[in-house]
Every structure is written in C-alpha cells, then in structure tokens.
Design a protein around this ligand. Structure first.
Ligand code: CDP
Length: 225
C-alpha cells in the first residue's frame, strides 16, 4: 500500500492531539503523536537522574544508546508508543514536570535526528496522521497534506487548564498562558527545526470552532485533494 502523510503542526495546546486522532479514525489511518516521543526522552532523562538545566549533547548520546523509542502496532491495531518495547505510560509523560522540561531535549540535534529517523520509518504502517511542530517543514516536507492548527492564547490556556494532571493544582489561566507562551517561544526560536507553518500548509484557527468542525474540514480537504 502506498503510504501518505497527513501532517498536522501547531503550537502547544492548539488541539492537535484531539483533532489528529479523530481525523486518523475517520480516515482509517494511523495516528502518531510526535510530541509524546520528545516527552518520552524527557522522562527517560529525568528517570536516569540527568540534570536538564543545561545538558551537553553527550548526555543525549548516552540516552540514545541506552533506549529505543518508537511506535509499534498495539493489539487493537493502533500505534502504541514504546520505550525499550514497553508501552509508555501516557499520564507519566504528560505531567507538569515533564512539560516544563521537554523544550530542552527538543533543542538537541542528537535527539531530533534520533526521533525524526524513527518518525520517517513509520510510513511503513500505511497512511499516517502525524502531529507535532516540524512535521510539514522537516520530517515530511513533501507530505501531500499539511495543516497548521492554532488558537488564541486564552483559548489554549483554558483548554490546557481543563486537562487535569498536566497543570499544577494552583494553576490559573494566567499562569498556564505564561507557561504555554514560554514553550512556544522555545519551540519557535530554536535553531533546529523550529515551530513554523510550512508555506504550503493550510492554517486553521480553532478558537471559535468546535472539534467536529475542524475534523470535518480536514477530512474534506484530504478527500478532495
Ligand atoms: O503540550 P502539547 O501537547 O501541545 O505539546 P506536545 O505535542 O506534547 O509537544 C511537547 C514538546 O515536544 C513541544 O513543546 C516541543 O518542544 C517538542 N516537540 C518538538 O520539538 N517537535 C515535534 N515534532 C513535536 C514536539
């Protein structure tokens, strides 16, 4: 089967995961969340006792040697993220502790080369809906379908606040908005594969749209092309 890639990029808490997984379901394709791969590296680093304040590339070279991080087909046929063949606990990688540090491994050339190589291999599954920051610009610059999802900072902060476990108990819309803005800045200003809309991506602002509206828009656009 010829594989196709539907790339969905966008900033933190823009609704990519919800939208991308529903699009994949509707199209009968495979959903891949690349942010979770960067989060898995971050968790592995934290669990190995690595200080992520200002690590050198050697730290990440060691992690890469020690761990295999990839998606495999689960029992229901859906892709499952694994570290060393063990299923990754999604709650553990979406904690505030991991979110606060994930921007650090994401800046590393070693980590990006490592994960991008794994991401490119996933076309072997068939048609994939892959979401992240650099899918349309860097991982699959020739993807047939590219979308860039965004939403206003306030809407994004409110959405994130509604996702318990990902924010501190004391969090407010303002504090969450600040953290999101900080991560966006780190992601857009890094040297390697920064967060950026691909020139040929369709931009969708989901601030005033329902999930269904955005999902249907993408599914229709893909079906027409
Ligand atoms: O919090 P949210 O779900 O919006 O972000 P995520 O998709 O889980 O991604 C977490 C972090 O991983 C991002 O802030 C980026 O630093 C990094 N990332 C990346 O650098 N490149 C990607 N393709 C995906 C994520």
């Amino acid at each position: 089967m010829k594989s196709n890639v539907i790339a969905i990029d966008g900033p933190a808490a823009s609704g990519k995961s919800t939208i991308a997984s529903l699009v994949a379901e509707k199209l009968g394709s495979y959903y891949i969340n690349t942010g979770n791969m960067y989060r898995a590296v971050t968790l592995a680093a934290i669990e190995s006792g690595v200080d992520l304040t200002n690590p050198g590339e050697d730290v990440f070279k060691k992690l890469k040697k020690k761990h295999r991080i990839t998606y495999v087909k689960g029992v229901d046929g859906k892709p499952v993220l694994t570290i060393d063949s063990k299923q990754v606990n999604l709650e553990k990688i979406r904690t505030h502790k991991v979110s606060a540090k994930v921007g650090v491994p994401s800046k590393s050339l070693v980590v990006r080369k490592w994960l991008v190589a794994e991401q490119r291999k996933l076309t072997k599954l068939g048609t994939i809906v892959m979401e992240g920051r650099d899918i349309g610009t860097n991982v699959f610059p020739h993807a047939k379908y590219k979308f860039y999802l965004t939403a206003s900072p306030e809407v994004r902060a409110k959405r994130r606040l509604g996702q318990s476990g990902e924010v501190l108990e004391t969090a407010t819309v303002e504090s969450v908005a600040k953290e999101i803005a900080l991560r966006d800045e780190m992601d857009s200003k890094r040297d390697i594969a920064p967060l950026k809309k691909a020139e040929d991506a369709i931009c969708i602002d989901s601030s005033d749209k329902t999930i269904d509206q955005v999902v249907n828009y993408i599914v229709n656009a893909v079906s027409k092309k």
